[in-house]
Design a protein around this ligand. Structure first.
Ligand SMILES: Cc1ncc(C[n+]2csc(CCOP(=O)(O)OP(=O)(O)O)c2C)c(N)n1
Ligand SMILES: [Mg+2]
Length: 542
């Protein structure tokens, strides 16, 4: 991992050289003296620094660039509270398989235990939610430590890594071996297991594929499409896999999942865990093929009929090349298309409904008219975001960012920053619950100050909807579930340097969204939605 070439400089300079070698092109941070040398190195060499108002946003921004660009995202956090404020972000990256590196400052090692400012050992705090967590103990070990951390982060199954550097290590100068070109190991799948899975799918009468985030992360979208077409299998998607097949593709399905899973005899889950989002992998009588990018991703709670593990491109290309017998799936695909079309017609009605107050479906109906095919949409909220998942159909993979199975509210402004930095010219649209807004809206200031325009659409129902409705159903009453009704979140954004407006009538939605995307500043459309509207939870598996 190191070469014979040597580099010189203080700890920040040594670190930055290694980070650049791994394709890191910016840092997200919130200021703290413990990490000044990293700023010094970045400032002097024109390496962009984006700063935020809460460390969670820095880590979420790093996660967004990691997920969207399939390369490491970097957050630099100061010692102690800087690092602990970033832990929910690290945990989200862990659940989402995102190659995020957090570099933390650290109180000086030479007087450890004497009570320096912000002195705490971060490593045991973050170890359970990272693939690699360590303290760099000497200046000349910095490049190799970064190479090791990033190799761990980028090796499937991907995930975050953490390093901290004591004050005297990062501030001192020296020289160290430069890092060599990164080499990320490719996990070769067992060909027999792959062939067995391919035979099972090809022989199935009614197979279904569900493809998730790792298909995008593993750059296996084209291979997925080839496999689906070769074996003629309908494809459903979740997470970053959404849009892997364009919505108009004859094998792309979204709204007939319940029908598909009820009728399927083989369910092929690719690049996503068999977790609560997929009924824990229990598909009744259907046999299950679970295709994962590393053996560690095989489910421990259930035993699929086949579970090939390894590079998803290799596995899916092998499926595409399967030349054994193949059952005819034409009737099955046609039946599902019928169910899909019927569901689409129902949704279309809801998306145009003229109700007062506005229902979330209408918000998404209007949004669909103004969103470009390559727009990045980000969901941060409860019911409002569940509706987004149902009514928005990403046309391209890698354009939909949801919080993933960790379900952490507060990703919104951080993800938005990462998306805007990734795509300076695309539409970036955050769909936010009014409750979720409380976690990160202050970071509109960071976006406005650093000229990073995004559109924020708040579904303002005045409640923590996803909690209030279930609590009422369970107890007949609810507590701790109300927010101020009709609060002017648009005024908050105006005060922070952006712009916005409140919309109460469905007919005003479309023009407001056009103004928002034309504005060139962070712009919040505060949509007053119906608090009585509850997302039907049973629709999760619909
Ligand atoms: C950090 C965090 N805290 C609490 C929760 C629990 N939670 C999940 S959804 C939700 C309600 C979200 O309300 P809002 O953003 O207003 O969306 P709505 O459901 O009203 O559309 C809450 C509190 C969570 N997922 N993450
Ligand atoms: Mg709400």
């Amino acid at each position: 991992m190191t070469s014979t070439e040597r580099i010189e400089g203080h700890g920040g300079e040594l670190a930055l050289a290694a980070l650049r070698a791994y394709g890191v092109t910016e840092m997200f941070t919130l200021s703290g003296g413990h990490v000044f040398p990293l700023y010094d190195a970045a400032h002097k060499s024109g390496f962009p620094i984006y700063d935020v108002r809460h460390e969670q946003s820095a880590v979420f921004a790093a996660e967004a660039v990691a997920k969207l660009q399939r390369r490491p995202g970097l957050a630099v956090l100061t010692a102690g509270p800087g690092v602990t404020n970033g832990i929910s972000g690290l945990t989200s990256a862990y659940f989402n398989g995102a190659p995020v590196l957090v570099i933390g400052g650290r109180a000086p090692a030479f007087r450890w235990g004497a009570g320096s400012l912000q002195e705490i050992d971060h490593v045991p705090l973050v170890a359970p939610v990272t693939k690699h967590a360590a303290t760099v103990l000497a200046n000349d070990e910095i490049p190799a430590a970064i190479a090791g951390a990033l190799t761990a982060a980028l090796t499937p199954h991907r995930g975050p890594a953490f390093l901290d550097m004591p004050l005297e290590v990062i501030f001192s100068a020296g020289d160290a071996p430069a890092v060599a070109d990164p080499a990320i190991p490719v996990i070769e799948p067992d060909p027999d297991e792959v062939a067995r899975a391919a035979r099972l799918i090809a022989a199935a009468e009614r197979p279904v594929i569900i493809a998730g985030s790792d298909v995008y992360a593993g750059d296996a979208v084209a291979a997925l499409r080839e496999a689906a077409e070769a074996l003629h299998v309908p494809v459903f998607t979740n997470g970053m896999g959404r849009g892997a097949l364009p919505p108009e593709h004859p094998l792309a399905f979204a709204k007939s999942r319940r029908t598909a899973l009820k009728g399927a005899d083989v369910v092929v889950v690719i690049g996503t865990p068999l977790d609560f989002r997929l009924g824990f992998g229990d598909f009744g009588a259907a046999q299950v093929v679970h295709v994962v990018d590393a053996p560690s991703q095989r489910a421990a709670h259930t035993t699929p009929t086949a579970a090939p593990a390894g590079d998803l491109r290799l596995i899916l290309s092998a499926f595409a090349d399967h030349d054994g017998t193949r059952a005819d799936h034409t009737g099955w695909v046609a039946d599902l298309r019928q169910a899909e079309d019927a569901a689409k017609a129902r949704d279309a009605e809801e998306m145009t409904a003229e109700t007062d107050p506005i229902r979330p479906a209408r918000v998404y109906g209007e949004l669909r008219r103004v969103l470009a095919r390559d727009a990045v949409t980000i969901g941060d909220g409860g019911d409002f975001v569940s509706y987004a998942g149902r009514y928005l159909e990403p046309a391209q993979p890698g354009t939909w960012l949801d919080p993933g199975p960790y379900g952490c509210l507060g990703t919104g402004m951080g993800y938005a920053m990462g998306a805007r930095v990734t795509y300076p010219d695309r539409q970036v649209c955050v769909l936010m619950g009014d409750g979720a807004a409380g976690f990160s809206l202050m970071d509109v200031e960071s976006l406005a100050r650093q000229q990073l325009p995004v559109v924020i659409v708040v579904g303002n129902n005045g409640i923590w909807g996803l909690e209030k409705h279930p609590m009422r159903a369970m107890y007949g009453y609810d507590v701790a579930a109300d927010l101020q009704p009709e609060l002017r979140y648009d005024d908050v954004v105006k005060a922070l340097g952006g712009a916005g407006e409140t919309v109460a009538k469905a007919a005003d939605l479309g023009p407001a969204l056009v103004r928002a995307f034309d504005s060139g500043v962070p712009y919040l459309v505060n949509v007053l939605t119906d608090p009585a509207d509850a997302y039907p939870r049973s629709a999760n598996l619909a």
